[in-house]
Structure formats: C-alpha cells, structure tokens
Design a protein around this ligand. Structure first.
Ligand SMILES: C[S@@+](CC[C@H](N)C(=O)[O-])C[C@H]1O[C@@H](n2cnc3c(N)ncnc32)[C@H](O)[C@@H]1O
Length: 193
C-alpha cells in the first residue's frame, strides 16, 4: 500500500523550496487584492483555506492569461474568488465581448463531475482555447496503485474521478494537453477539434 506522507497540496517535497518560491518570487509581486483574499480566507476558513489555489499557481494562471489574451473566460468552483480574481485582473480591459464561445475555462470544483464538464466545455470553449483542470495530481497520489495509506475515503473517491479524468484526457484526440506539476497539478487542454 502506497502512502502520501502529508496531504499537502503543494507537490514539492521540500518545504524550504516551497518557501523560497513563495517568499522570494510570488508574494512580493502578489496583487494587494489577491493578498487580501488569501489572508482573509486563511483567517476565516481555517483548514478549508487549503482549497485556495496556491499563490504560485495563481501567478502561473495570470501569466497564461496575459499570453493568451482571452476575451471571454469561465470558472467552475469559485470558493472565495482567489483564482477568479487572478484571471480577471490579468485580462485586457476590453475582454468580455459578445461571442458565445469561451477561450479559457478554469475548473476547480466537484471532481466527480469533471468528465461531464469536459464534454460540455468541449462545446463551450472554442477551438484553440484552453480548458484547465485543477488538482490532477491529487496530492501526488495518482502515481500509486490501489489504497493510499491514510487518505480519507472522501479523498479516495475524488482521486478515482481524477484518475478517470487523467486517463480519458490522455486518449482524447480532440485536445493537446500538458500536465503541469505546480500546486496540486494543473492539466491544460488545448482544444484542437
Ligand atoms: C477548491 S474550491 C475552489 C477554489 C478557488 N479556485 C480559489 O482559488 O479560491 C472548490 C469550490 O467549488 C465549489 N463547488 C463544488 N461543487 C460545485 C458545483 N457543482 N458547481 C459549482 N461550484 C461547485 C465549492 O463550493 C468550492 O467553493
């Protein structure tokens, strides 16, 4: 039986390295409004604040938005709005538009429904657009087979959905994909057909 030592959503195993990235690279440049949300969420939600996307993942999403310059984006799984505000702040002023199709979607909600969301999003996000699924490495546990020592049943069930999603995405010829090991893993799917 495999075990994941601590169910920490940051996949880097060295705490010092995590601190280095956050303290030296991310926090000094974090937008004040985002910092406010992060701090208020930690203060008010206790352990549930773990649901926030980590600030380094937020920085990555912000960079992605600035490169992509999408006019219309969508998010499923808002919580206190950290990732939503991250993308909103990175959009051009004229973003919104009247088009019906989205160019970017960030999915960080109920893992059980990710596959259903995928089929809907393949219609809502235009060809060339990106669908980003969060938590696709699930505390690093996706690498193990069978039971994961110490992982609560609820997390194991969600892990099964993530494994199903990862396997489906890997064989989906309608997309190109890249699974990035930042935060808890984020899979970028670029719709090609
Ligand atoms: C991991 S949190 C999202 C964190 C957020 N991305 C952030 O950085 O602040 C997941 C959120 O998805 C919401 N959620 C769960 N199921 C949902 C559903 N079916 N539709 C929309 N939101 C859902 C939960 O209430 C929770 O707020």
């Amino acid at each position: 039986m495999a075990s994941v030592e601590a169910f920490n959503k940051c996949l880097l195993q060295s705490e010092a390295l995590v601190d280095y990235i956050l303290e030296k690279n991310v926090y000094p440049r974090e937008n004040e409004l985002l910092k406010g949300i992060r701090e208020a969420t930690i203060e008010n939600f206790g352990f549930k604040s773990e649901m926030l996307v980590p600030a380094d993942e937020g920085q990555f999403l912000s960079m992605l938005m600035k490169i992509m310059k999408p006019k219309k984006t969508l998010e499923i799984g808002v919580f206190t709005g950290y990732s939503l505000l991250t993308t909103a702040l990175a959009l051009d002023d004229d973003a919104k538009g009247e088009e019906m199709e989205f160019e970017f979607a960030f999915i960080d909600a109920d893992k059980y429904n990710y596959l259903k969301y995928h089929e809907k999003l393949m219609k809502l996000v235009k060809i060339g657009g990106i669908i980003a699924y969060d938590n696709t490495l699930w505390f690093g546990s996706v690498a193990y087979e069978g039971e994961v020592k110490g992982m609560p049943e609820r997390l194991m069930r969600q892990r099964a959905s993530i494994l199903e999603l990862n396997s489906f995405l890997a064989s989906d010829s309608r997309i190109e994909l890249s699974l990035i090991s930042i935060g808890d893993g984020i899979t970028l799917c670029r719709r090609i057909s």
